[in-house]
Design a protein around this ligand. Structure first.
Ligand code: NAP
Length: 297
């Protein structure tokens, strides 16, 4: 049995489609099974929450492989970024060890470091440490650059902003650099590493797309793909920070964006390995132009 967390997310839904198509027995740890859509009848469901580590024990019963994708880039009413990403992963690893899990695949992010300026990437670094230092025989850390797909949450948010105004705001100078990778390519890589045995399995995979672009350029391309090309206006980060913190104070968890999320777009997520690790898994990541049906840049 394979336990998949984050199955309702961008990467998780693409991974789950592939697992169920291959008839792999899957259990999904979810907060709300309805969010699994049609897949919910093809999997076992374990109700659980990153904010409730005792829920992991039941979910892990009889499980040999874990793919831990669930994560949160903003505080939730039941847990902080640190609790949901750092402590929850540590507790998941402990529960997995106790359950006899042999392979634990953890999704971190490129650039995760205990000294990063963002709370999220600091929490991911601690989580990585919990996984790599565990007693599980095959711990695997996957660190992707920014992941996207046509119509994903970020593209939808940009489209909505573009529908409201002739310009779209970009937080700060938008110069952080990324190697955007399509969610389907990430999912193909996950399926390949789940099948890898012995020497073929590496302890760490850095997943990146074939191009390196900055945040401004990614935003521009996504807006073109969404059919809303717009002029981009750079807003100084102190103003963005104050505005988003004020919005969050009023709207709480309903805020459309938070400073913790915006700050992530200030941090580069690139690997000098480029597409090498994806290629090792037999995946040749597509360019944004191919995925979004854009004219080549
Ligand atoms: N997307 C990127 O650009 C990117 C870049 C680097 C690394 N990563 C990492 O890759 C992994 C997958 O990313 P993604 O983009 O697919 O994430 P996503 O679309 O934001 O999905 C997050 C998933 O986590 C679940 N989740 C959130 N809070 C939870 C909680 N308290 N308890 C249980 N489940 C919870 C969500 O479930 P609900 O349906 O219940 O909300 C959802 O399934 C994550 O670990 C992420 O940090 C992503």
């Amino acid at each position: 049995m394979l336990l998949l967390t984050g199955a309702t997310g961008l990467v998780g839904s693409a991974v789950l489609r592939r697992l169920t198509a291959a008839r792999v027995p899957v259990r999904c740890l979810v907060r709300d099974p309805r969010r699994l859509g049609a897949e919910r009848v093809r999997v076992q469901i374990a109700l659980g929450d990153l904010a409730d580590p005792p829920s992991f024990r039941n979910a892990l019963r009889g499980v040999t492989t874990v793919v831990h994708l669930a994560a949160a880039i903003r505080d939730q009413p039941r847990g902080s970024i640190e609790e949901l990403n750092g402590i929850a992963t540590w507790r998941m690893v402990q529960a997995a060890e106790a359950a006899g899990v042999t392979r634990f695949v953890f999704f971190s992010a490129l650039g995760a470091s205990a000294h990063d300026r963002t709370r999220f990437l600091r929490a991911k670094a601690l989580a990585e440490q919990a996984v790599t230092e565990s007693a599980i025989s095959e711990p695997v850390v996957v660190a992707p650059s920014i992941v996207y797909a046509p119509g994903d949450v970020f593209m939808t948010l940009l489209s909505r902003m573009a529908a409201l105004a002739p310009v779209v705001a970009v937080s700060g100078r938008g110069r952080a650099r990324y190697q955007p990778i399509w969610a389907d390519d990430v999912a193909d890589a996950v399926i390949a590493l789940l099948g890898a045995e012995g020497e073929a399995l590496q302890p760490r995979y850095e997943l990146a797309g074939p191009e390196e672009v900055d945040y401004t350029e990614i935003t521009r391309r996504l807006l073109v793909a969404a059919g809303h090309p717009r002029r981009l206006v750079h807003v100084p980060t102190p103003i963005v920070s104050r505005a988003l913190r004020a919005t969050e104070a009023i709207l709480k968890s309903k805020a459309p964006a938070t400073w913790d999320e915006a700050e992530l777009m200030e941090v580069s997520m690139v690997t000098p390995r480029g597409t090498a690790d994806a290629q090792l898994l037999g995946v040749s990541p597509s360019s944004m132009a191919e995925v979004l049906d854009l004219l080549p840049v």
